[in-house]
Design a protein around this ligand. Structure first.
Ligand code: AMP
Ligand code: GLY
Length: 424
């Protein structure tokens, strides 16, 4: 089969790395890809939001299956468009991707289908929102309805901070139309885990559990990022808890979407807070997590391409179970100086070959590109350095040993990825 993966981050490098191992894969392309992806797949310079350009490429190159990495093309309706032309594609249609693209739609689905989540209220008027903030007090959480590149959620410690967030979203319109409506919700306490499943709307196959690290600095301090590292499995998620999350969050959501006439095919990612009152859904994403995917896929023994194909054809029942490596996996993100604020690009990266040759290590590229045969930085999250080990502790040790071989000017990373797992 001829395959196209859309995207250019660490998640897409992991997808390409895994798909390339499939016996079904004859030729692999990635649009636009990065320097690491270019070692496995042929990169084509088409941007992820250029639906017309991607469609033209797929028809010309006779691609058998397209795999969508990021949320932007999904929310632009790439799956609807490709399906109209009879092209096979892995990912939800636009109406289904609203589970991520509209936080209000997502919360309304949760409320309607009894998915446990934080109490919330929706506002389209700033004064009303501010009154409500005064009423419920702090801490509380303010969320812009639409996509905001992962920045649309403010966990406010004070009433003032919450009101300012509402002003920024609704009046200053820092996220544009995404802030037309906002959600104000109860602040939940607990440990966060990511539960990611693949579904064709009829069947569900859960991926291994994982945990992300959203804050930029050690001990979960500093501002939120796209994710500074991940590990799998999340030791806090016992098999019983896993079942409970799938039963209370995943099934009602997919079933609820089906009742609304939405046939959900692709990845459903649930961000879960483990509260003292049980697991509660924080949010859904319509795609694989980044960097969770880099910590999950090295553990997957089953053929991912076969699973994706079965999903796109709505024949996921063909895949009986997913097989997993019992080893643990940890991924440490190496970020550019200044990230998640403004940062520079174009720094030369050294030590990549040495790190990649270490046993049980995979170096996934995120923001990199090739310039005159040298790999340089080209984004905020630059690399996802991944280690496999018999225990989480051993996996962490392998990942950090490899990180120490790598350097570029301004590079920073967290030193405590996976440490939470060691308490269990
Ligand atoms: P989201 O984009 O909805 O995942 O939100 C980003 C992050 O904000 C989550 O990963 C949580 O850490 C935090 N968050 C979102 N909603 C809540 C909530 N109701 N209570 C506490 N933290 C939250
Ligand atoms: N790692 C969080 C996300 O992919 O949204």
């Amino acid at each position: 089969m001829r395959i196209l993966v859309i995207g250019s981050g660490g998640r897409e490098h992991a997808l390409v790395w895994k798909i390339a191992q499939s016996k079904l894969c004859a030729k692999l392309f990635c649009a636009p890809g990065n320097a690491g992806i270019a070692q496995i797949a042929e990169c084509v310079n088409i941007q992820v939001d250029d639906i017309g350009g991607l469609l033209e490429f797929v028809e010309r190159e006779k691609i058998d299956l397209t795999v969508v990495g990021p949320e932007i093309p999904l929310s632009l309706g790439i799956v609807d468009e490709f399906s109209r032309y009879g092209l096979k594609i892995f990912g939800p249609k636009r109406a289904a991707a609203r589970i991520e693209a509209s936080k209000i739609f997502s919360k309304e689905m949760m409320a309607k289908y009894d998915v446990p989540t934080a109490n919330f209220k929706i506002f389209d008027d700033l004064q009303e929102a501010q009154k409500y903030i005064e009423k419920i007090g702090a801490p509380c959480v303010v969320k812009a309805d639409g996509l905001a590149a992962g920045k649309g959620v403010i966990v406010a410690k004070t009433i003032n901070e919450a009101k300012q967030a509402a002003v920024a979203m609704m009046q200053e319109r820092v996220f544009g139309e995404s802030g037309n409506r906002i959600i104000i919700e109860e602040c939940l306490q607990g440990e966060e885990v990511s539960i990611i499943v693949i579904t064709d709307s009829k069947e569900v196959r859960a991926l291994a559990s994982s945990q992300d690290h959203k804050r930029v600095f050690d001990n979960d301090s500093g501002p939120n990022t796209g994710g500074m590292g991940a590990y799998s499995p999340a030791s806090v998620v016992t098999p019983e808890l896993f079942r409970e999350i799938v039963d209370k969050v995943i099934y009602p959501t997919i079933g609820g979407l089906a009742k609304e006439g939405i046939d959900y095919r692709g990845v459903l990612y649930a961000g879960i807070m483990l509260t003292k009152d049980g697991p509660k859904a924080l949010e859904f994403n319509a795609r694989f997590g980044d960097p969770e995917t880099q910590a999950i896929l090295p553990r997957l023994k089953s053929d991912l391409l076969e699973i994706m194909l079965a999903t796109a054809e709505q024949k996921l029942n063909r895949i009986k179970i997913l097989e997993w490596d019992t080893r643990a996996c940890a991924c440490v993100v190496c970020a550019a100086g200044g990230y998640p604020g403004s940062y520079e690009k174009g720094k030369e990266i050294s030590g990549l070959d040495k790190a990649a040759q270490m046993p049980d290590v995979v170096v996934f590229h995120a923001g990199t590109k090739l310039l005159n045969n040298k790999v340089i930085t080209n984004g905020g999250r630059v690399l996802g350095v991944t280690g496999l080990g018999r225990t989480v502790n051993e996996a962490i040790g392998k990942a950090y040993a490899a990180v120490r071989e790598i350097s570029f000017r301004g590079m920073h990373y967290r030193h405590d990825i996976g440490r939470k797992a060691l308490r269990y």
